[in-house]
Design a protein around this ligand. Structure first.
Ligand code: NAI
Length: 725
């Protein structure tokens, strides 16, 4: 017996078992058609006198990935999830969920409505709704705490983290884990329990196990969640919903769950987080201005890779490569550095393996002081000092040593990738792979292509990034690429605000309340003030003998703040020296404390330069720092350095701590209103005519003139704009 057409298939197996198979590739999401199918098939199984038990599974070894996000924001049709799951739970025949692959979100909620859950050992389970700005609103917040207790439920629901089948068994989420075919096991099992009472199997009827220190627990969790949420409302709502499960009867708790969900669903934050979800996927569909694109560019296989230079970055990159299963040749010329790197890399690999319960991959790495050792590799990532002459020399050596066709990648953070490519005999083999520190942890990778990079080189770097678990974004070559280029106006505004009367504390607090994990000055102390100083020196912006007065703050025709340089001259490089924009207990310590010296220094600096301090509020800090950064984002789009606003937003969310619930800078600009961003930029530009970064970008003007279209329509405007430039 078989019903085709709907997105759930019904078969009778083993004579007496109704098997319902969800069919909606790739993850069997609960679309309207799937829900309708489940409702119909359950009804059919329950009304068929021959059927003694029911098993629900998903096709292609995957139970169910949850709600169909594409349906969000549309007029939802089809049967709603809650009554569907309630009806399954109320059934008078045992319903068993056979969980293979993943049971996530609505998928797990469906499983929790079943009377039994049997998982394959490789299955993963979780309620990730919070990462989309939502909560599990098909009874997840009410059933899970009743099943596994409040602390475990809070942990899973507020973080959205996935658990393995073994962990799920330990928590009590599933009843059995099997290495065999979970559907077969579930079918046999369902027959073995057919006819038994189901009274003790309906989770909604359970009393939520309450810890004795109930109030203290919720208070503590709420405090922690608020702190780590950095302004995101979904995790807080999740705690409130679980609290309802603990204190209210099921039906009342469900009402609370729905109420909280309704608030989240219509919030801008949920829209922002869902946008991020899709943007993260969209960046994989890269395209280059030449017309080359992801579908038509085949990556080269990479079995063996090399890393040149084992400093901060090279070590992390080596770890990231080894963890993907590649053989790695790691080259470092300094013997002492090589020894230290070996130890550091092994340590990182061992710790990572321990965390994941696997064996470390130390034997995949060979170390050498000699560049000749890389002759057989398929791809090289260079991470030597940020020095063009040195990198040029290294690239020439690489071209001579490597077998033909080896891809040559540079991890430069700011040097010209095209220029480097032009110094090699095969510029088409050169791309930038810009990692972020620490390279084995940070999710972002900018893949930088030049006009001569071959589509295959880009495709290979993008695919390697993916294998390393990175979110890879293909971007064009320019000073600072996308991320660091946009950071320049942001940093500059922060310095100017100090000159005008703000303190590092005030600026940081405004940015941290906005949702950044760290304000600009705490961040600068962490990464080291000397890095920017070196770049500014190279750019001849730093004048050794600084005169006072206005002219001292004009360099190369624009307003310039020498504040960072002055701190560096005092040896204040940030955390590493124990002093920077803040003070620290000792060099290397991480807890920033206000520094009275810095405050007097600012007072004295302003007086020396005839600057009259004024009161600056959070609003101005946010507008000046963020709108200047966003304005540069529009320039990047206009220049074609990023293919679309999603690329920029993903870079900022994954690499620069931009709060996900605000969607990324370009999405945020749309939320604020492009006309408002433009108006504020014009306002600040009038007040600071000597700051080119505040000059509104013509693409922004054009978008506003065109009625501020929604972000998914910007690409059309950009294309038209570029063709007219
Ligand atoms: P680092 O100073 O920690 O390490 C550079 C290493 O390269 C040193 O161990 C040095 O001995 C070695 N080296 C120099 N010449 C060599 C040669 N010819 N062959 C083999 N090894 C050689 O520098 P870091 O911070 O790791 O930076 C490396 C590159 O990564 C730079 O281009 C930098 O701009 C870029 N980058 C740095 C980031 C950071 O946060 N530190 C972030 C992203 C990119």
């Amino acid at each position: 017996m078989c019903d085709k057409g709907s997105m759930a298939q019904y078969t009778r197996v083993s004579g007496f078992v109704g098997l319902i198979t969800l069919q909606n590739p790739p993850v069997n999401a609960l679309s309207a058609a799937v829900r309708q199918g489940i409702v119909d098939m359950v009804e059919r199984a329950l009304s068929d006198p021959i059927v003694k038990s029911v098993v629900i599974c998903g096709q292609n070894g995957n139970f169910c990935g949850g709600a169909d996000i594409k349906e969000f924001g549309t007029n939802m049709s089809g049967p709603p999830l809650v009554p569907m799951i309630d009806a399954i739970e109320a059934a008078n025949k045992p319903v068993v969920a056979a969980i293979e692959g993943s049971a996530l979100g609505g998928g797990l909620e469906l499983a929790l409505g079943c009377h039994y859950r049997i998982a394959h050992s490789k299955a993963r389970l979780g309620l990730p709704e919070v990462t989309l700005g939502l909560l599990p609103a098909a009874g997840g917040t009410q059933r899970l705490p009743r099943l596994v207790g409040v602390p475990a439920a809070l942990n899973l629901i507020t973080t959205g983290r996935h658990v393995t089948a073994a962990q799920a068994l330990q928590l009590g989420i599933v009843d059995q884990v099997t290495d065999h075919n979970a559907v077969d096991v579930a079918v046999t099992f369902s027959l073995s329990v057919a006819g038994q009472s189901l009274d003790a199997r309906r989770i909604s009827t359970y009393l939520c196990p309450l810890p004795s220190d109930f109030d203290a627990l919720f208070e503590g969790v709420m405090q922690k969640v608020r702190q780590s949420a950095r302004g995101a409302i979904a995790p807080v709502a999740c705690v409130q919903a679980v609290r309802a499960a603990a204190t209210l009867p099921y039906t009342k708790g469900m009402e609370r769950e729905q109420e909280l969900m309704a608030t989240l669903f219509t919030s801008g934050q949920a829209r922002a987080q869902q946008y991020c979800f899709f943007a993260q996927r969209a960046v994989g569909r890269w395209r280059m201005p030449s017309g080359a694109r992801w579908e038509t560019s085949k990556p080269r296989p990479v079995h063996k890779a090399a890393v040149i230079g084992l400093g901060t970055m090279g070590r992390g990159i080596t770890v990231a490569l080894a963890q993907t299963g590649l053989s790695v040749v790691a080259v470092e010329t300094q013997e002492k550095q090589l020894m230290e790197a070996k130890q550091a890399v092994s340590g990182m690999l061992e710790r990572g393996a321990k965390r994941h319960g696997v064996v470390p991959t130390l034997d995949r790495i060979s170390y050498s002081q000699n560049i000749q050792a890389i002759a057989e590799v398929d791809l090289v990532i260079e991470a030597v000092f940020e020095d063009m002459a040195l990198k040029t020399e290294v690239f020439q050596q690489l071209s001579a040593v490597c077998k033909p066709g080896t891809l040559l990648c540079t991890n430069t953070s700011a040097l010209d990738v095209d220029k480097l490519a032009s110094e090699t005999p095969n510029p088409e083999l050169v791309v930038g792979m810009h990692f972020f520190a620490p390279a084995h942890v940070m999710k972002l990778l900018e893949v930088v292509y030049g006009p001569r990079s071959s589509p295959q080189a880009v495709a290979t770097a993008m695919q390697l990034g993916k294998k390393m678990g990175k979110v890879s974004v293909a971007v064009g070559n320019c000073r600072g690429f996308v991320g660091n280029r946009m950071l320049m106006p942001y940093l500059q505004q922060a310095f100017f605000l100090l000159e005008e009367g703000a303190t590092p504390e005030l600026v940081d607090q405004a940015l941290e309340e906005f949702g950044f994990p760290m304000g600009v000055f705490r961040m600068s102390d962490l990464s080291g003030l000397d890095i920017g100083w070196r770049v500014r020196k190279r750019d001849e912006l730093v004048e050794p003998d600084m005169a006072s007065g206005k002219s001292a703050r004009i360099r190369q025709g624009s307003r310039y703040s020498p504040l960072g340089d002055l701190l560096c001259e005092q040896g204040r490089f940030g955390q590493k020296t124990g002093r920077g924009w803040y003070q620290y207990d000792k060099p290397g310590s991480r807890v920033a404390r206000s520094d009275p010296w810095l405050h007097s220094f600012l007072v004295e600096y302003r007086a020396r330069h005839g600057l009259v301090p004024r009161s600056i509020d959070h609003q101005e800090v946010l507008e000046r720092c963020l709108y200047a950064l966003i304005n540069e984002g529009f320039r990047i789009l206009e220049d074609g350095i990023a293919a679309g606003p999603e690329d920029i937003d993903v870079i900022y969310v994954f690499g620069y701590g931009w709060p996900r619930h605000r969607g990324g800078p370009m999405f945020y600009a749309g939320m604020v209103g492009l006309a408002k961003v433009l108006e504020r930029l014009e306002h600040y530009q009038q007040a600071h005519p000597d700051v080119p970064y505040l000059q509104p970008c013509s693409l922004l003007r054009r978008l506003v003139a065109g009625g501020s279209p929604p972000i998914h329509r910007w690409r059309e405007v950009i294309k038209k704009h570029q063709s007219q430039l």
